[in-house]
Design a protein around this ligand. Structure first.
Ligand SMILES: [Cu+2]
Length: 426
């Protein structure tokens, strides 16, 4: 490998022992011997090269989540990105865009091996700096929610799902990481990522409100203060917190057993000490539409091509994980949807299963347009949306990035069990 220029980054994928607490060391795989991996800051549209070395015994690939990249560097082998063989190397060279809070992670198959894929520590924050900074803040903090030590647990119907022993924020259990140190009067910009392989998380900061300014790294039209955030796998929330309640507080998972498993972080004001205080949020509501544009949504246009996508599960036998289908077929046998460049599409996500699904479209950003039983909405742009059990969510995007494009549920066990399909451009 040639010498790297100063603007470049390198990632080493290798086995790593993560000390989540003095009593818990987790054998996993990480980038550059740290969890999360290094924070990558890219300038929008400025060519960058990331050199990746794979020191493991398995094929790897790095996906740049939320970016508009050519299929051969996007980081999904299904789109044609070459895998990085064991002990091999790859260079990813691209112009990062759009600006915003993105992330990078492995995009490999795990199947029944719950120590592979997104069950590992292979994830990191990626910030694409805009030409002008919009948010004003005193401190910028990146937090990743993750779950560890997965095993399969039987459901009443005999099918299996992963459950976890340990949950962390930035690779540490509550009380075992550095506290988040703040000062009275500060405005702290929190960029929160759910990097869990399969779990949705609900987060609150005792004594404080979150002013949500971005979803999946994209500014929302109507920032609003809430007492609790919900993040499904792969989702990000960017939020400003006014540090106006001096003390020592806990930020963490609203569900007691998940916080007990470690998902929390102490927020400590300067010159304060003592036991961190915790309180349940006033409201346990989360609704994407709280942040939508307030002016009436443009009505559904007939020039938009609708693509209905029906999600269903198939019982695969006692002791097995369910199989998943889109329009009746499992990957790699799912239909390939043909897109025409410049055309506007409306994806109709119809969830006819008993699970919620965080579905993700590669290489594009879509606009939330309608949730079951509600009027049209607009102004919220995302790359991942949680489609709740039994519900329908409609999103729109313009086909403007030719190349093979993967669409899948971001829950590792669901994508592994067939919940994946490809779009191609005509
Ligand atoms: Cu799913």
């Amino acid at each position: 490998m040639g010498a790297l220029t100063k603007a470049d980054y390198s990632l080493d994928i290798a086995p790593y022992s993560l000390e989540v607490s003095p009593h818990h060391v987790i054998r996993t795989i990480a980038y550059n011997g740290q969890v999360p991996g290094p924070l990558l800051r890219f300038q929008e549209d400025r060519l960058v090269t990331v050199a990746v070395a794979n020191h493991t015994d398995n094929n790897e690939v790095v996906h740049w989540h939320g970016l508009f990249l050519p299929s051969d560097v996007d980081g999904a082998t299904e789109e044609g990105t070459p895998p990085i063989p064991p002990r091999g190397q790859a260079h990813y060279t691209f112009r990062p865009r759009p600006s915003g809070f993105r992330w990078y992670h492995t995009h490999t198959f795990a199947g029944g091996d719950l120590k592979k894929g997104l069950y590992t520590g292979q994830f990191g924050f990626l910030l694409i700096e805009p030409r002008e900074n919009r948010a004003r803040y005193d401190q910028e903090v990146f937090l990743a929610l993750h779950d560890w030590k997965a095993s399969l647990l039987g459901n009443p119907d005999g099918s299996m799902d992963p459950v976890y022993e340990v949950s962390t924020i930035n690779g540490r259990m509550l009380g075992h990481g550095e506290p988040l140190r703040v000062k009275t009067g500060q405005r702290v910009l929190l960029h929160i990522l759910n990097s869990s392989a399969t779990e949705v998380h609900w987060i609150t900061l005792a004594g404080h409100q979150f002013r949500v300014i971005g979803l999946d790294g994209n500014p929302v039209p109507q920032p609003k203060s809430v007492s609790m955030l919900r993040l499904s796998p792969a989702e990000r929330v960017s939020t400003l917190v006014e540090m106006n309640n001096p003390g020592v507080w806990t930020m963490g998972e609203v569900r007691k057993h998940i916080m007990a498993a470690g998902m929390g972080i102490v927020v400590e004001y300067a010159n304060n000490n003592g036991k961190p205080r915790w309180q349940q949020p006033e409201s346990l509501e989360w609704n994407y539409l709280d942040f939508a544009a307030v002016d009436p949504a443009p009505s559904f246009e007939s020039s938009v091509t609708e693509i209905p996508l029906v999600f269903e599960s198939k019982f695969a036998g006692h002791g097995a994980m369910d199989r998943w289908t889109i329009n009746g077929k499992s990957f790699p046998d799912t239909d390939v949807v043909t897109l025409h460049r410049g055309q506007r599409y409306r994806l109709l996500f119809k969830n006819r299963s008993t699970n919620d699904h965080p579905v993700h479209l590669h290489r594009h950003i879509f606009e939330l347009r309608r949730f079951s039983g509600l009027p049209e909405t607009h102004g919220i742009f995302k790359d991942t949306v949680l489609v709740e059990s039994g519900k329908q969510v409609d999103v729109e995007f313009t086909a403007n990035d030719p190349g093979l494009t993967l669409f899948h549920c971001h829950q590792q066990n669901h994508m592994d069990e067939g919940f994946m399909m490809l779009f191609r451009y005509a």
